[in-house]
Design a protein around this ligand. Structure first.
Ligand code: GRF
Length: 198
């Protein structure tokens, strides 16, 4: 059985979707630990509810990114983690960290990459008034919102959509596409080769 860690900084709806998929054996892995950098993150409460071990590594208590990441690495090693799943983790990982876990970190982004990179992707797509936006699951490489794409799903923006209704549609799709993608990667079926996933 492969060991999973989820890193999250905020609400944690993707965390809950993944934890439920693990329980339902839709993801064949052991969800060993949730790591959060933010003491106020709601995801910490969700972890308690799902009975997943939660570790708070408060970024504000560390003098540098390197010392913070070393603390994260210690927890990953202790739990023998095979795959790291970023789910609303609001810290950019250093090149060193990414190299250390090459092809072992996944991220979900709430837009169709390479469009609308960055922190406000849903709002940016809504304000731009594109007709279609969506969700992207990708391997993490050394550039932000950039690694090889594993899966994408399209979400249309229709006439009566508000930012709120669009957010709800995006999150609903995220909760389906992310567990499915995680399971495929864990099965060893998907490997990055250049920009492609084969
Ligand atoms: C999601 O929209 C995800 O795509 C982005 O951050 C958000 C996290 O939402 N990376 P939640 O904390 O899982 O509810």
């Amino acid at each position: 059985m492969k060991n999973l860690a989820i890193l999250a900084s905020g609400n944690g709806s993707n965390f809950s979707a993944i934890a439920k998929a693990v329980k339902a054996k839709k993801i064949k892995a052991d969800l060993k630990v949730l790591i959060s950098d933010n003491p106020k993150a709601f995801v910490l409460k969700r972890a308690k509810k799902q009975r997943v071990k939660a570790v708070l590594i408060d970024r504000s208590l560390f003098a540098s990114k390197a010392t913070f990441e070393n603390a994260v690495i210690t927890i990953l090693k202790e739990n023998k983690i095979d795959l790291i799943v970023l789910a609303g983790f609001m810290r950019l990982l250093s090149k060193n960290f990414v190299r250390k876990y090459k092809n072992k970190i996944l991220n979900i982004h709430p837009a169709l990459l390479p469009s609308f990179k960055g922190e406000h992707a849903i709002k940016d797509a809504f304000d731009y008034a594109v007709k279609y936006t969506g969700v992207t699951v990708h391997f993490v490489d050394e550039q932000t919102d950039h690694g090889p794409i594993i899966a994408q799903a399209i979400v249309p923006i229709v006439k009566n959509d508000t930012l709120k209704s669009l957010e709800a549609k995006i999150h609903k799709i995220e909760h389906q596409i992310y567990p499915a993608a995680i399971n495929l990667v864990l099965k060893g079926k998907l490997k990055p080769k250049g920009r492609r996933v084969v």
